[in-house]
Design a protein around this ligand. Structure first.
Ligand code: NAP
Length: 479
């Protein structure tokens, strides 16, 4: 048997073993195999990470933008060179299909390049005083975009490279330093991504990699006075906890979702079924923007369910190594949670149209009919392969139920009536609405927004550059 690698952490340009002398074992979610070990870092090391980031940031902010962009392009090239290797580790570590793991790395390189390009054209502006009543044209305001300082980037397990780099790249491009805390299950992929950045020429101390359990060092990091901004993607309860504790620090939070699909009377039913199934089940539904409930009119429900069922039956179930769509969930706790939602729905009268079974952490793709608002699965985010169908009497009822959710990430509306689509889109309390398409993030330069319990602030390349800078005003008073 291969010996598992013990990965080190990056602090002030050096790869170190933690002074804690402790490591965390990262096991594969789909086979009994140790993928590797990461350092369990101490508060003292967090202090050092933040201190060195502060020093490095002062120099980095003075580096010309085109040179900052060059570092990002080099990083993207390194990731492209290592796409197979890192993609494989993503597969082993978070159980994502191999092809999707490799695709994630390539997509990440594309985001980084786009961020570098967009960052070159990202600038402040100028204002003249005389456009305000009583103001004078002799007053000129020069508005610069300046970095915030040290950005704390915390990422989740499900896109361990993509969602991390989507934070690091805009932070670096705008002259910030970064302290990066990857999800523990995902931290080996994150470490390899940082190795590529070091290889690309990362200046000492500019990015520091802090590994360790969020439950142990998370609060210390997020309340640290040396942190100037927090960008977080993860579960709603973690995000809410974090936002209650951090004070006077700009926050961008991307949290959970319960994205609905609303299927209207005139919808193209085949298209809706295709999009719903791929939206709900890819990577076993472990996506924040997975479709997590379907609203359909009573008189069309049988037709839609037959179409959805036929597609669910064809989903490949098994191992990420075979690129199966349905793969074991990230851990036992998650599988227990999803099983609990299915049991609750079944006990309260939901019909299991397909699936409903479990083998270890592998939950069969599960389609539930006759789901009612009394069932937990109507409201809670499974982060697993479970799709509840909720039969309703009217489109108004669909919108009301969609909005009753605590979440507000995305929604899909299926209809051929463009006026109705826009009317409903306006009424839905979500960050985005997809018309005739599945809910999804991207393309990555689009704004990505969660409202209500789904988040705070906006991501997407351009908006991330904005959120990691502030305006600095210098006013020239011409005599
Ligand atoms: P999670 O358990 O909330 O973990 C997210 C990150 O927070 C991890 O790095 C975790 O570290 C860290 N953390 C834990 N406790 C912390 C604390 N007290 N202070 C600071 N950080 C702490 O989420 P997950 O299970 O990895 O990801 C799944 C969730 O993320 C789902 O709800 C999903 O919807 C959401 N998500 C949202 C988006 C979006 O864009 N809206 C995208 C992807 C995922 P450890 O791993 O060490 O615990």
């Amino acid at each position: 048997m291969k010996t598992a690698i013990t990965y080190t952490s990056l602090i002030n340009g050096r790869w170190i073993e933690s002074e804690s002398n402790e490591t965390i074992e990262i096991s594969s979610p789909y086979k009994e195999e140790l993928v590797g070990r990461v350092q369990a870092m101490t508060k003292n090391e967090v202090d050092e990470a933040i201190r060195s980031a502060k020093v490095a940031q002062r120099n980095w902010a003075r580096v010309p933008a085109h040179k900052r962009a060059s570092l990002l392009h080099e990083w993207a090239s390194e990731l492209e060179r290592r796409a197979e290797q890192i993609g494989r580790v993503i597969m082993l570590e978070v159980g994502k299909g191999l092809a999707d793991g490799v695709k994630e790395v390539i997509r990440t390189a594309e985001i980084i390049r786009y961020t570098a390009e967009e960052g070159l054209r990202f600038a402040g502006g100028m204002m003249q005083g005389d456009s305000f009543p009583g103001g004078s044209a002799n007053k000129l305001a020069v508005i610069k975009k300046v970095p915030l300082g040290v950005v704390l980037a915390i990422s989740p397990f499900n896109y361990p490279v993509n969602l991390a780099a989507a934070k690091l790249a805009p932070a670096l491009m705008t002259g910030n330093a970064v302290v990066f805390k990857p999800a523990t299950q995902g931290s080996i992929s994150g470490t390899l991504m940082i190795e590529a950045l070091v290889e690309a020429g990362l200046p000492k101390g500019l990015v520091n990699l802090v590994t360790g359990r969020g439950s142990v060092i998370g609060d210390y990091l997020t309340t640290h006075p040396g942190i100037d901004m927090i960008t977080f993607t993860g579960g709603t309860s973690t995000g809410q906890h974090l936002s209650r504790r951090s004070a006077m620090v700009p926050l961008v939070l991307e949290l959970g979702g319960k994205d609905p699909a609303l299927v209207l009377e005139d919808a193209d039913m085949e298209l809706a079924a295709d999009q719903i199934v791929s939206g709900a089940f890819s990577y076993s539904g472990q996506r924040c923007t997975a479709i997590k409930r379907v609203f359909v009119l009573e008189n069309q429900a049988d037709e839609l369910i037959a179409l959805v069922k036929a597609r669910v039956e064809k989903l490949s179930v098994g191992s990420p190594e075979e690129n199966s769509v349905i793969v074991p969930l990230i851990d036992k706790k998650s599988a227990d949670f999803v099983e609990g939602l299915i049991t609750d729905a079944r006990d309260k009268g939901a019909k299991v149209i397909h699936g409903g079974t479990r083998e270890g952490n592998l939950i069969a793709p599960t389609l539930l009919d006759d789901v009612t608002t009394e069932m937990r699965v109507a409201w809670e985010e499974p982060f697993g392969p479970v799709l509840p169908i909720i039969r309703v009497k009217s489109v108004d009822e669909m919108v009301d139920l969609a909005n009753e959710s605590e979440y507000g990430l995305q929604a899909s509306v299926f209809t051929r009536d463009i006026d109705a689509a826009f009317r409903i889109a306006d009424a839905l309390e979500t960050g985005s609405v997809q018309i005739n398409g599945r809910t999804e993030r991207g393309p990555d330069h689009f704004p990505f927004i969660g409202v209500k319990s789904s988040g705070l602030g906006v991501q997407g390349v351009g908006r991330s550059l904005e959120s990691m800078t502030r305006d600095k005003l210098t006013v020239l008073n011409l005599q």
